[in-house]
Design a protein around this ligand. Structure first.
Ligand code: PEP
Ligand code: MG
Length: 742
């Protein structure tokens, strides 16, 4: 490796250096042939240098993507070791190379940050199986080559070597926050690039490796302790797997051996990582794929420790102005650590639209895509990227044509947005003069200005749990009062409906003990949890009552299932009012207490529930998941049943009718209200108050202002009466024929 490094430091152009490298390796490995192929933009492989093959084939021989054993090595990113390559079914014979006399072949991918740049191949006349040591030697060589290629030291090789930086890739995921963003990638917890490969002082490097390994153990122990305290147990298995890896004697031994051969501690971590990765990728078993992620994470952590970075946020200071943040997983608090003025888009490998980071992304108006499988290994910090959260596609290193097309779309969206902006001060009124109250959903202070920017009537759902979820510990009473007061102040007299803490289910607070449950969505959550943990509810109600002193306070209770839950909560609130009054605080001028209808049982006691509520709000996200018994967070079933079907529409209609019968104010705050077609149906059902995400206010207002409410009501009655056919299709046809903006 030292010799290879020296070659790369010698004067000369890129080609002559590559020629020297292949000569050196073929001598070292006693191989008759050593060749280097680089991947071109179209994923074909071009022979760039060879010792042993016909010199005229260099730059002439091109292998199509996946062609032959070399193509296979590049495609699968694994070594190919064949004693008699010509007998292999995938062998592809290239007469111009004169390779017919060679039998054995060893090909190793040249990888950089998980991206295949090319392949290095050795061949021999006699059939032989290359040893593990041979594979190791070639792998070490690929590290040097990749490093030099990417750093530009091997200049003048031509367009093919720009591959790592210019290869365009489209990764498909799920949109989790609407928008289109163009910018440059910043990797959350970025992989440290190993730049110094060789060391003259193996003793010192061993010491560094040892110390970093001890620190890694300490960090894992700390994480484990925190995990035990949170008692959610969800990450315990992962951490146990980490600890198992960190203790793995083979892993440590291999890294030490690499240092003893003259590598720096960082290069040793990288090399062992690449080798283990190759072995694991051979396994098709998803278990091993998962373990590979663990190993990658551990290697990354070790590299960060060696680089003296203990926190993932050290690099936040030098952000570009148009950040496309790419993360494996991410919590809402981590996202909020970034400078919002620089964030444009977000891509997460894991994470669905229901995840909390998605909620924060929507609040920050970032274009965001989740479920972007294996994106981390295909991207580097600084890469240009486009997040298309209309389709769920992420374009990495897009071509100028793609950038142009997206810039046009961004301009188009901006024009549309301008049009919505022009509706800001116009009310949401139908063409037949029906006024619809249009509120926004919010949960963070950053959401509140949207209330005025979008021209909404108020905040129909303030998810108070978000403040709790992004905080490292339970927000104290004073912090809660300050937050609620600020929200009310910034709302400038418009109504705000605060929802009592909706935690449990998927919303876990790290500092609140919550035993793991078989069915968390059906478990100890929302009002069930609050009534059992009444101190928490009492504290929150006291904070709300204090913050709203002298004004109106609207509070709603999540997941009310039976009327007695409302009675208990109201009793608790009344006690708090008395407590405050006894201390001379008159409390709010008026108090409205409402129930969220999210559980089908409540549909069958609407009189009872409405009788005890000052207003009700339909949480259609949960109501639909329980009505159809289809987990809202599971993409396999979450989208299986249509809310525009007769059963769901009848359920929703019964709530409107119940509200009319009991003179109860009815609103709906689930995601369906924010989709123009669904919203049109809701107005047809008789809903006159809705709460949607801030970005949906414009499109929904435009839809309402182009709709005739009595006409859609008649059409919907008819469709529900008939109960057959595809209601969604019929609604689309309705919108089309009456020019409703959906
Ligand atoms: C709902 O369930 O529709 C709702 C608005 O609440 P959340 O999405 O916070 O559960
Ligand atoms: Mg809900």
């Amino acid at each position: 490796m030292r010799r290879l490094r020296e070659i790369l430091d010698e004067p000369g152009d890129g080609q002559s250096r590559l020629d020297k490298i292949v000569r050196q390796i073929s001598g070292l490995m006693v191989a008759e042939v050593c060749s280097i192929y680089f991947k071109r933009q179209d994923s074909s492989l071009e022979l760039f240098a060879s010792e042993g093959l016909n010199p005229t084939s260099v730059h002439r021989t091109l292998l199509k993507r996946g062609e032959g054993l070399v193509g296979r090595c590049a495609e699968l990113a694994i070594p190919v070791n064949e004693p008699d390559a010509q007998k292999h079914p995938a062998f592809s014979y290239r007469p111009e190379t004169g390779e017919e006399i060679y039998h054995s072949l060893l090909a190793v991918p040249i990888l950089r940050g998980g991206v295949t740049l090319g392949v290095i191949v050795v061949q021999n006349k006699t059939p032989r199986v290359y040893s593990e040591e041979d594979v190791d030697v070639l792998q070490a060589a690929t590290m040097v080559i990749a490093e030099q290629v990417v750093s530009g030291a091997v200049a003048g090789i031509g367009s093919a070597v720009e591959i790592s930086k210019s290869l365009s890739v489209v990764v498909k995921g799920e949109p989790i926050s609407d928008g289109i963003a163009l910018g440059h990638v910043v990797l959350h917890e970025p992989r440290i690039a190993v730049t110094v490969l060789l060391s003259d002082d193996p003793e010192a490097e061993l010491g560094r490796l040892e110390a970093a390994h001890i620190r890694l153990h300490e960090l894992l122990d700390e994480m484990m302790k925190q995990e035990a305290m949170s008692a959610a147990g969800a990450h315990r298995e992962v951490l146990e797997a980490y600890q198992m890896f960190a203790n793995d004697k083979g892993w440590i031994r291999r890294m030490r051996a690499a240092v003893e051969e003259g590598l720096t501690a960082e290069a040793a971590v990288e090399r062992v990582h690449n080798a283990t990765r190759t072995q694991m990728l051979r396994q098709n078993d998803p278990f091993w794929r998962e373990r590979l992620r663990d190993l990658e994470d551990l290697s990354d952590r070790l590299l960060r420790i060696l680089a003296g970075r203990t926190s993932a946020s050290d690099h936040l200071a030098e952000l570009p102005d148009d950040v496309i943040l790419v993360a494996r997983t991410m919590g809402p608090a981590e996202l909020l650590d970034y400078d919002r003025t620089k964030l444009r888009g977000l891509v997460i490998e894991d994470g669905s639209g229901q995840s909390h980071v998605a909620i924060v992304a929507r609040a920050l108006e970032l274009a965001a895509v989740g479920g972007a499988h294996r994106i981390i290994e295909r991207v580097s910090t600084g890469d240009p990227a486009i997040v298309d959260a209309e389709t769920g596609e992420v374009h990495l290193r897009p071509s100028p044509e793609v950038i142009q097309a997206y810039s046009d779309r961004v301009r188009f969206r901006a024009r549309r947005q301008e049009r919505y902006q022009s509706l800001r001060d116009s009310p949401a009124v139908t063409t037949d003069d029906v006024r619809v109250e249009l509120n926004i959903n919010a949960g963070l202070l950053v959401d509140v200005p949207h209330l005025h920017e979008a021209g909404a009537d108020g905040i129909g759902l303030f998810r108070t749990e978000l403040q709790f979820m992004v905080a490292p510990s339970l927000p104290r009473y004073e912090a809660q009062v300050a937050m609620y007061r600020q929200v009310l102040e910034e709302a400038k007299g418009k109504r705000v409906v605060f929802r009592a803490l909706d935690i449990g289910g998927d919303k876990v607070l790290p500092y609140v003990r919550h035993a793991s449950e078989e069915n968390p969505a059906l478990g100890w959550r929302a009002i069930r949890f609050l009534l059992d943990r009444s101190a928490l509810l009492r504290l929150q109600m006291r904070a709300l009552l204090t913050a709203a002193s002298g004004r109106e306070l609207s509070v709603m209770l999540p997941m009310v299932t039976v009327r007695s839950e409302l009675e208990q909560a109201r009793e608790l609130i009344a006690n708090e009012v008395r407590w405050l009054q006894a201390r001379g605080d008159a409390g709010p001028a008026t108090i409205r207490v409402g129930a969220m209808i999210e559980v089908p049982a409540a549909l069958f006691d609407l009189d009872g529930v409405m009788g005890k509520s000052d207003f009700i709000s339909v949480g259609s996200n949960d109501l639909m998941q329980f009505l159809f018994a289809a987990d809202r967070g599971n993409p396999k079933v979450g989208g299986r049943y249509d809310a525009m079907s007769v059963s769901a529409l009848r359920a929703l209609k019964s709530i409107v009718t119940g509200g009319q019968k009991t003179s109860t104010h009815v609103t709906l705050c689930g995601e369906m209200a924010g989709r123009p077609l669904e919203c049109m149906a809701l107005i047809g059902l008789g809903f006159r108050s809705l709460s949607v995400s801030p970005a949906s206010v414009g499109p929904i207002k435009a839809m309402i202002r182009s709709l005739d409410a009595s006409r859609i009501a008649a059409r919907l009655d008819d469709l529900m009466e008939r109960g057959d056919g595809n209601i969604r299709t019929s609604l689309k046809a309705f919108a089309e024929s009456y020019s409703v903006e959906i």
